[in-house]
Design a protein around this ligand. Structure first.
Ligand code: ADP
Ligand code: MG
Ligand code: MG
Length: 252
């Protein structure tokens, strides 16, 4: 079972107005098999946390640690992070011109596993995962994210997660832009991964809606660059009723 430990993480980003501290001491531990909802107002730094763990070059880690099974994630290249078992589904996935979904998935699987998957089982696995996510087979021959609808992008992310079998999956606003049917399909994919593997999930969301489908074990309220409050699923219900207002007085 894996464990991701984030300790007193501080991160800055360079803006036209100068260097701005976005993460102001994040403490969070996620174990395999657990689902942690990270909830917070827009602009509180949730995506910055995801990108910082993933190693996005835009964000500078100024202090703190991120350990995966005791290994220093911040010392790893982006590829090494993926190989170590970290998976990040981007809030705004990028287009990859000229690379088909099929080739992209196979390349990613080969990079993560350190060897190419056996062709026979791989084709079967991809077909099975796509059928589970109610994706048309023709989707595999499209270029990654090119002209994908919001729902297709999210399905593609979950397809990657199902096939790459990460130790820790970071899902950033996986619910954004999904209608109820797509939300159900995508959530079922996450729940399938949870049932079939020991994945630990960091589920970043602004809204409580997705938590009706993916049940969190822990809820962390993220405000102004840090965790302001933590609790169980009941905390999400409270946020649904009250919003983030009580956390915002005196913030900044
Ligand atoms: P959230 O995901 O919670 O909405 P973000 O992490 O996207 O929050 O953003 C947190 C703050 O950091 C915001 O004020 C945002 O404008 C700023 N920020 C994030 N990324 C960048 C960037 N690449 N350049 C400039 N400012 C950024
Ligand atoms: Mg965000
Ligand atoms: Mg910089």
């Amino acid at each position: 079972m894996s464990i991701l430990e984030i300790k007193d993480l501080h991160a800055t980003v360079d803006t036209p107005e100068g260097t701005k501290e976005i993460l102001k001491g994040v403490d969070l531990t996620i174990k395999g098999g657990e689902t942690h909802a990270i909830m917070g107002p827009n602009g509180s730094g949730k995506s910055t946390l995801a990108y910082s763990i993933a190693g996005h070059p835009k964000y500078d880690i100024t202090s703190g640690t991120v350990l995966l099974d005791g290994e220093d994630v911040l010392e790893m290249s982006v590829d090494e992070r993926a190989r170590a078992g970290l998976f990040l589904a981007m809030q705004y996935p990028v287009e990859v011109p000229g690379v088909t979904v099929s080739n992209f998935l196979r390349t990613a699987k080969t990079a993560v596993d350190g060897e190419a998957p056996s062709l026979r089982t791989w084709v079967k696995d991809v077909k099975g995962a796509m059928a589970n996510l109610k994706m048309d087979e023709a989707f595999a021959e499209r270029n990654v994210n090119e002209g994908f609808s919001g729902g297709e992008k999210k399905r593609h992310e979950i397809l990657q997660m199902e096939l790459l079998k990460p130790a820790i999956a970071i899902l950033d606003e996986t619910d954004s832009g999904l209608d109820v049917d797509a939300l159900r399909v995508v959530s079922e994919g996450v729940n399938r991964a949870k049932a079939n593997t020991d994945v630990g999930v960091m589920l970043i969301t602004h809204y409580t809606r997705i938590l009706n489908y993916i049940k969190p074990d822990f809820v962390h309220v993220f405000v102004n660059g840090r965790v302001a409050e933590e609790g169980g699923p009941e905390l999400a219900e409270r946020l649904e009723a009250e919003g983030y207002e009580r956390f915002l007085t005196g913030a900044n």
